[in-house]
Design a protein around this ligand. Structure first.
Ligand code: 13P
Length: 251
């Protein structure tokens, strides 16, 4: 009932030329074989125009890596949901750990962004996850609970089509260390219970993605877990072959 979402977060990688090359190769592979999973790529803002052209008429949806809560105004350096809609963007990653930890985005800012994206009709992909220190101190569930409660404050009327959550343990991002499938499942199950408290039974239709050093070699066992409904891939999504292999992993 929940369709897997295989998502790539390119972070601050790829020029327009490199993005076009990626899609030439990735779409060639997709033409050979598609599986019943949704695909999303979130390129840097500067590549959105070229990527929107490239994915037209293909099964690939576009995502953005952040968005402001206002449609326009004096917000230097920000991009609005309205602007993203011009490029057929469907998903917006909000609260990524790099935004939280490098750029100091708070739960309050993240909540504003989630609300802005949601009310503009785009799908927020709200990222949550604990640091290594927090995990070792036994605070994983507390941290994730607060990030969910604060990040989703004031949001109502969600469905499986309008909200995605991504669990990305900070210690697994870009480190080559992955949570074991069972470690991830345990937190995903907790997230689903929390979503049930917040939104009721519709939580069963909301997709919860795992992110953190996902590779073709580990994607299959991660996706097998009952509460893992897709992956949010950083490094390996830059390579069309690897991203394709993650997309088809275990099929
Ligand atoms: P890596 O796959 O490079 O660990 O990055 C994960 C991530 O942050 C996706 O948003």
């Amino acid at each position: 009932m929940r369709k897997y979402l295989i998502a790539g977060n390119w972070k601050m990688h790829k020029t327009v030329k490199e993005a076009k090359e990626f899609f030439e190769n990735f779409l060639r592979k997709l033409k050979e074989k598609t599986v019943d999973r949704e695909i999303m790529i979130a390129p840097p803002f500067t590549c959105l125009f070229a990527c929107a052209e490239a994915v037209k008429g293909t099964p690939v949806s576009l995502g953005a890596q952040n968005a402001c809560w206002e449609p326009k105004g004096a917000f230097t350096g920000e991009i609005s949901p309205e602007m993203l809609k011009e490029f057929e963007v469907k998903y917006v990653i909000i609260g990524h750990s790099e935004r939280r930890h490098i750029f100091g985005e708070t739960d309050e800012i993240i909540n504003k962004r989630v609300k802005g994206v949601f009310s503009a009709g785009l799908v927020p992909v709200l990222c949550v996850g604990e640091t290594l220190e927090e995990r070792e101190a036994g605070k994983t569930f507390d941290v994730v609970k607060t990030q969910l409660e604060e990040g989703l404050r004031g949001i109502s009327g969600v469905s499986g089509e309008t909200l995605v959550i991504a669990y990305e343990p900070v210690w697994a991002i870009g480190t080559g260390k992955t949570a074991t499938p069972l470690q991830a499942q345990e937190v995903h199950q907790f997230i689903r219970e929390k979503l049930k408290e917040l939104f009721g039974e519709v939580a069963d239709s909301i997709r919860i993605l795992y992110g953190g050093s996902v590779k073709p070699e580990n994607a299959g066992s991660i996706l097998e877990q009952p509460d893992i409904d897709g992956v949010l891939v950083g490094g390996a999504s830059l390579d069309p072959e690897k991203f394709y292999d993650i997309y088809t992993a275990g099929t």
